[in-house]
Design a protein around this ligand. Sequence first.
Ligand code: DAH
Length: 347
Amino acid sequence: MPERIDDLVVSATTALTAAADEAALEAWRVAYLGRSGRVTQILRSLAGLPPEERRAAGAAANQAKTSLEAALAAREAAVRGASLERALEQGRIDVTLPGRPYGLGRLHPTTQMVREICDAFAGMGFAVVEGPEVEWDYYNFEALNIPKDHPARDMWDTIWVSPEGPRAEQPMLMRTHTSPMQVRVMEASGGGPVRVVVPGKCYRYEATDATHESMFYQVEGLAVDVGISMADLKGTLYEFARRIFGEQRRVRYRCDYFPFVEPGVEMSIDCFACNGTGCRTCKQSGWIEILGAGMVHPEVLRRQGYDPEVFTGFAFGMGPERVAMLRHGIDDIRLFYANDFRFLQQF
Ligand code: DAH
């Protein structure tokens, strides 16, 4: 007999208790119950025993084998249960933890300003319309009373899409202002009254600096009807200035030149930073220029089929970035489109 059966059962049981994972259990099975394992060896050695000992020893060895097999099965179940427990514990989700907050997006400061300006006019009965950013020479210049080779074209440094070639008689450009929409709206109105504001992007072939961008926004305005006078222009834009810059604002109109209006004006407001006494914001003048405007030129009306003896109108155009710069004390227009979150998140 290689060793006593009950000693073997004791040591095997102790070793089994120490086996804590599947690999250790398999090693244990090979060591004791495998083909050359210790229990198997005992069973094989039975053949060499004298017959009177063989029966008792055989029964004891078989019983030891059965009970160790049962112990292994129980231990396997226990180890598997424990590893499931562990996996569950590790994968546990604490539903009481607060969620991760999403960063809330916001509107670009230009968009906010454009909407505020449009809302101010919408409240006075103006519809909001948009138009193409790539435009024909005809709408951007020609129909606005700015003929080819006229020196007034120098007011707008133009990015041409097709200055000549197959389309030479109809050159195409990036609109330099939103004023071409005046023409498109009148053209589409069937000769009836018009009251619109037009927000949108404009493009200039220009070196950029603190007050110039090659892409920027404008908000255009146009009102055409029977009996519209300069008083309507002044009253409407005065009301706009008060809505955007405050109830106590005063406005000032001075003559200016734009080919598509007659007379043309620039509108300034008294400085909201110093109330007109003179400061950095108004460059010590007490006034801040806000927009260009005027009474629609008779030639512009006539071209779109309006009789200028019956219909009159006023138009205006402004830069929302400039308005936002004044309002927030921003000193460089390029900040709007540099995509710098530190800047954008302030609005
Ligand atoms: N389109 C002009 C510009 O870009 C601005 C302007 C001036 C628009 C007077 C108007 C206006 O409608 O009446 O410089």
